[in-house]
Design a protein around this ligand. Sequence first.
Ligand code: ADP
Length: 260
Amino acid sequence: GAPGVAEVRVAMMADKVERRIIAVGSGKGGVGKSTLATNLAVALARQGHKVGLVDADIYGPSQARLLGTEGKRPVAHDQKLVPVASPWGVPVLSMAHLSDPGQAIAWRGPMASGALTQLLEGHWEGAEILVVDLPPGTGDIQLTMMQKFKPAGAVIVSTPQDLALMDAMRAAELFEKGGTPVIGVVENMAGYACPHCGEVSEPFGTGGAEAAARTMGMPFLGRIPLDIAIRRESDAGTPPAAGEGPQAEAFADLARKISD
Ligand code: ADP
């Protein structure tokens, strides 16, 4: 016979996607946090997850460039932003889609937190994982993120350099204190393969992030080398995780560990 009201309600609830927020943070800028957020999201989508990307780096948004969605404008529906589609199966919302390119965003904390809320409360129905690219460091945005949106966990990106590492560990501590468990630490720009002779050098050293993570009792997720192809493809809006080869595999490996 026809299903009763209770059965219909259960079916509707089962249909509702349980959304997990994974925040990507760093102690300082320029360590590859945005690059990692993009490529994690793309790798997760390739592995069959329904993923969305929120660019919470309100003052320095880069996800429109990284995902090749520059110039697209999100529409609003029922007072909520509709994420912009990207060619990689990862819809995205970024301040870059709401401001003119190169336009400086000079907001005080509360306004930036308001913008964060707009991005996170967009039409993310259907997204099972929301990857959030945080600003570097530990400020208002991170606090709003933790208090209001309760991420399932944070991934911390660092270079192998001592100073970057110290900042990264400070950020990791803030997340733990704020109730967001650190999923693990990723060491980026670890080792450089010379495109001419192939010799691998270590401009920032290597292994430091792994040792620091271990000291703090946090999982170490893996390392991504400094590779000119990563920079070139990222700048062109074609995420390396969408391609083939060792770097795509490295991002896929991180994505598998994070979605476990
Ligand atoms: P952050 O978000 O920490 O400020 P970005 O992701 O914007 O850092 O990266 C800073 C610059 O470094 C970008 O030009 C990016 O393409 C480049 N980059 C990041 N990771 C790598 C890597 N593993 N190899 C080469 N270039 C990288």
